[in-house]
Ligand binder design. Structure first.
Ligand code: ARG
Length: 579
């Protein structure tokens, strides 16, 4: 059920009857305040401009033509020409009955599925994953789950960084260790971070080591089998590590979703030759560059996009052009969504411009770089360990679970130790994810353990707890999930809860439009809060509640629990029966 869409269609019909051109926007929105009803139709305002008439008058005419008598109990003009719609309780109850019988909880399925390539997580290998990749992984996974639920065909692409200059350095360092007689088993690849640090130190300080590293990169990229064998060791170890993180984090990325930078290696020569041929890339100081006047600076200097370095090396940018070609032409993507931090915004603007000019992106493929802000510590500076190092993701998640356990142990419950461990895992990981997902992704956000693990406010523990509350009511009432009874919406609280429950599809569509899971987080938080108000105002289990009323309220509770669970599932957050 999509009430907004329904009102939109009805308004469009009225617009047509008024003689307005096709495509005039009815501008239906959810009302922000209950006194304005549940929905507002704002389209009369801009339509009046189009017809050069008074908006309030036009709204009046619109009212006479708008056929909503079956769904609305009151339709009113407000202010300069807004139309406020209050829905009928009976009609809402009917829609809820349909949602209750539906495995998709009333969310229709997309009848025009798109092929959507989602590029997320994408850590740089040979280093451990750090918090910078946390946001991409969490946000990307929530969007992927939502797209799939809606019915799109999603192709996950984990564009891992496995091909850069750092590998020359690592191989050179490893070679020296092997030459010194240390056998491979003893090289501490298990701690890649330490190994990386050692190599980096030599790269910076030791004469000749940097040159040697560069030679190794060239060797590796031109297919030297010995180098490739050593390189593979780093890759395997890193991937094993990232797999563990994905599992711990409950994200849906699998091995088969990895399409790393190196996978595009064989395409890069062709791309660069083609760019030369098309006269898009020109030589500049030994390198090959595409100059983009569209992105010129204030002085009018075009923005340079280097596709091949002096000496012949390819870059991150060349690989991204190849990825455009592959995704748009071979995977037939209708839409490509890429999640990285905001500092790469210019890079992706350049990639899109060049790829469109060169024909690597079809016109029908949308290219959406979705940037996100930096994760900050409570001191307002980029998130670091106490000693100023980068925080490893594995450590962070470990700490989340330990802290969640401590919070849970403060509460008096009859849970066994094993249950507490399981719940702590779900709460700790859920808290980290929800804290990230609930912020508008474009802003920086402050990472605070206390805030994310609180049982108050918009947090995972609050929502998980709300879910367990509803479940405990249902257990006490001894009703099963397929319990069926007539729904009645007598009180304000029941009606408000009902409208919210029927807005899951609208929310999902908004999340998908601009890749913004925070809208689903808001929705679930408001739903849980409305359920709490409903529960306070509308007794369910008390002795003096009429059976029909009790059954109707149980129906609302069942649906609320299912919507909460489904919504959290789209965010990749687990629920439990008790906590
Ligand atoms: N590995 C990159 C990084 O850590 C992110 C890759 C994003 N995807 C892409 N197609 N460039 O910054």
């Amino acid at each position: 059920m999509n009430i907004k869409q329904l009102l939109n269609d009805r308004t469009l019909a009225a617009f047509t009857a008024l003689g307005l051109p096709e495509g005039t926007n009815p501008a239906v929105t959810q009302s922000t305040r209950p006194e304005f009803g549940e929905y507002q139709i704002n389209g009369a305002m801009s339509a009046a401009k189009l017809l050069k008439t008074n908006p309030r008058e036009l709204a009046g005419k619109l009212l006479t033509l708008l056929d909503v008598s079956d769904i609305a109990e009151k339709v009113e003009i407000a202010g300069p020409g807004f139309i406020n719609v209050s829905l009928k309780a009976d009609w809402l109850a009917q829609q809820l009955m349909l949602a209750a019988e539906d495995a998709r909880l009333g969310v229709s399925i997309n009848h025009h599925p798109q092929t959507v390539v989602v590029d997320y997580s994408a850590p740089n290998l040979a280093k451990e994953m750090h918090v910078g990749h946390l946001r991409s992984t969490i946000i990307g996974d929530a969007v992927v789950r939502t797209l799939e639920f809606w019915g799109d065909k999603v192709i996950r692409q984990n564009h891992m960084g496995d091909w850069g200059t750092q590998f020359g350095m690592l191989i050179a360092h490893l070679e020296d260790k092997l030459a010194a007689g240390i056998d491979l088993e003893q090289v501490a690849l298990a701690d890649l971070e330490d190994f990386y640090r050692e190599a980096k130190k030599r790269f910076d300080d030791e004469a000749g080591f940097a040159d040697k590293s560069r030679e190794y990169v060239v060797k590796l990229q031109s297919g030297d089998s010995h180098c490739q064998k050593l390189w593979q060791l780093f890759i395997d170890t890193s991937i094993k590590h990232s797999d563990e993180v994905y599992q711990k984090l409950n994200v849906t990325l699998k091995h088969a979703d990895i399409k790393p930078e190196s996978a595009y290696n064989s395409m890069l020569h062709g791309i660069v030759d083609d760019l030369k041929q098309q006269k898009l890339a020109v030589e500049s100081m030994g390198a090959l560059v595409v100059f983009l006047s569209e992105l010129a600076d204030k002085e009018g200097n075009p923005s340079p996009f280097i596709v091949q370095k002096t000496g012949g090396g390819f870059l991150y940018s060349t690989t991204d052009l190849a990825a455009c070609q592959y995704r748009s032409h071979e995977l037939s993507a209708d839409r490509i969504i890429i999640f990285t931090d905001a500092r790469q915004a210019l890079h992706f603007k350049q990639v899109e411009l060049v790829a469109r000019k060169a024909g690597y992106l079809r016109d029908s493929t949308a290219y959406d770089h979705c940037p996100f802000g930096t994760m900050m510590g409570e001191d307002g500076k980029p998130f670091k360990t106490r000693t100023g190092g980068t925080v490893k993701l594995a450590d962070l998640l470990e700490e989340a679970v330990v802290r969640a356990k401590a919070v849970l142990q403060e509460k008096v419950t009859d849970l066994t130790a094993a249950e507490v461990t399981d719940i702590a895992n779900k709460v700790g990981i859920g808290a980290v994810k929800f804290a990230d997902l609930s912020k508008n992704r474009t802003s920086d956000y402050i990472f605070s353990w206390d805030a994310m693990l609180s049982f108050e406010g918009a947090t995972a523990p609050y929502l998980q707890y709300a879910y367990t509350r509803v479940r405990s009511i249902l257990r006490k009432a001894e009703v099963a999930d397929d319990f069926s009874a007539q729904i009645m919406l007598g009180s304000v609280q029941e009606k408000q809860l009902a409208v919210k429950l029927l807005r899951l599809e609208e929310t999902i569509q908004m999340v998908i439009k601009d890749a913004q899971p925070n809208l689903l987080c808001n929705y679930l938080y408001e739903l849980a809060s409305l359920y709490m108000s409903f529960y306070e105002a509308c007794p369910i289990l008390k002795d003096d509640v009429e059976p029909e009323l009790r059954n109707s309220r149980l129906m609302l509770s069942i649906l609320a629990s299912k919507v909460l669970q489904q919504g959290l599932n789209l965010l990749g957050i687990e629920v439990m029966e008790r906590m």
